[in-house]
Design a protein around this ligand. Structure first.
Ligand code: NAI
Length: 328
């Protein structure tokens, strides 16, 4: 029998946590034949609710779920972790400046990065979901000098999936007919969903759409502002779709992308496409043998260049701000 994979989930008592844990336990994160142990991290006020969720997980009698432990100490929560899903974060509240937001999150993701460095398993793979995801991932990475930098990633898969859904609707095709779509840059309103290299049922997506006005004025803003639209409609932020994207991200990372296709993920830049080295930016990526690789050699047209640069500029500003605050 296989040794269970230790999956540490932070913010386990939150709304994404509630949608995420059951899918991890039912085998969707790593595969239907991979047993898992859950290690839940919460702040002390969240522990009781996490215990309630753990009771419900017990009540599902999931055959793959081999244990649940709940912690309020990151060092204990990340002990032996093979996968870390960093969901808990400090949200922006009314009147909060960017510096305050980054500082508050630095106080979470710095110590968690160090806890990962000191306690996680050698094969640890980290996905940061909590916002600002790219910069939180950068902070965590900087506190984990002994972990290979490419093990720290940020989630833009929800943006990717949103873009696939919008494009498939526009063209009247199935979502599985859409390949090679890319989210570039920051997981924020500046992100750039790029269909110029995408294929739809074997045809170039931009040519199939053949409508730059729709692209600029509908598609891109709809994808970039989808989070706000969900809040307006639901009265709460995206949770099940965010959890689903986290599942997709890790499943793809560990099980690979299909031949000829790619996905989007926030990964550490090696300087590709003019994105400064060391920044965690969304790129087109393939996955093989548990490693993401940035797709190389794509032609970037003027339309795309301006939008990639704008989002990367925001990432540079966030990096400079956390540097100034002494968080990295
Ligand atoms: P939530 O507020 O329902 O839950 C967050 C949970 O994190 C709470 O239970 C809280 O007690 C816990 N928490 C806070 N600080 C913690 C710490 N230091 N250690 C452990 N747990 C801690 O929020 P929700 O809806 O679950 O969202 C979580 C995060 O995910 C937010 O930052 C949100 O902005 C982000 N998000 C990211 C998306 C993406 O595409 N990257 C999409 C949707 C949400």
């Amino acid at each position: 029998t296989r040794t269970p994979v230790n999956v540490t989930v932070t913010g386990a008592a939150g709304q994404i946590g509630y949608a995420l844990l059951f899918r991890i336990a039912s085998g969707h994160l790593l595969g239907a034949d991979v047993p898992v142990k859950l290690r839940l991290l919460e702040i002390p006020q969240g522990v009781k609710a996490a215990e309630g969720t753990a009771m419900e997980l017990d009540d599902c009698a999931f055959p793959l779920l081999k244990g649940i432990d709940i912690f309020d100490d990151p060092n204990a929560a990340f002990a032996g972790a093979n996968v870390g899903l960093l969901v808990g974060a400090r949200p922006r509240t009314a009147g909060m400046e960017r510096g305050d937001l980054l500082s508050a999150n630095g106080g979470i993701f710095g110590p968690q990065g160090k806890a990962i460095n000191d306690n996680a398993a050698d094969d640890i793979r980290v996905l940061v979901v909590g916002n600002p995801a790219n910069t939180n991932a950068l902070i965590a990475k900087n506190h984990a000098p002994d972990v290979p930098a490419d093990r720290f990633t940020a989630m833009t898969r929800l943006d990717h999936n949103r873009a696939v859904a919008q494009l498939s609707k526009k063209l009247g095709v199935g979502v599985d007919d859409v390949k090679r779509l890319t989210i570039w840059g920051n997981h924020s309103a500046t992100q750039y969903p790029d269909i110029f290299h995408a294929e739809v049922a074997g045809k170039n997506a931009a040519e199939a759409v053949n409508d730059e006005k729709w692209l600029a004025e509908e598609f891109i803003p709809t994808v970039a502002k989808r989070g706000a639209a969900i809040i307006d409609a639901r009265g709460a932020s995206s949770a099940a779709s965010a959890a689903n994207a986290a599942i997709d991200h890790v499943f793809t990372w560990t099980n690979g992308t299909a031949e000829g296709d790619w996905t989007s993920a926030g990964v550490i830049s090696d300087g590709s496409y003019g994105v400064p080295e060391g920044i965690i930016s969304s790129f087109p990526v393939t996955a093989k043998n548990g490693t993401f690789e940035i797709v190389q050699g794509l032609d970037i047209n003027e339309f795309s260049r301006a939008r990639i640069d704008a989002s990367v500029k925001e990432l540079i500003e966030e990096r400079d701000a956390v540097k100034e605050l002494g968080l990295i």
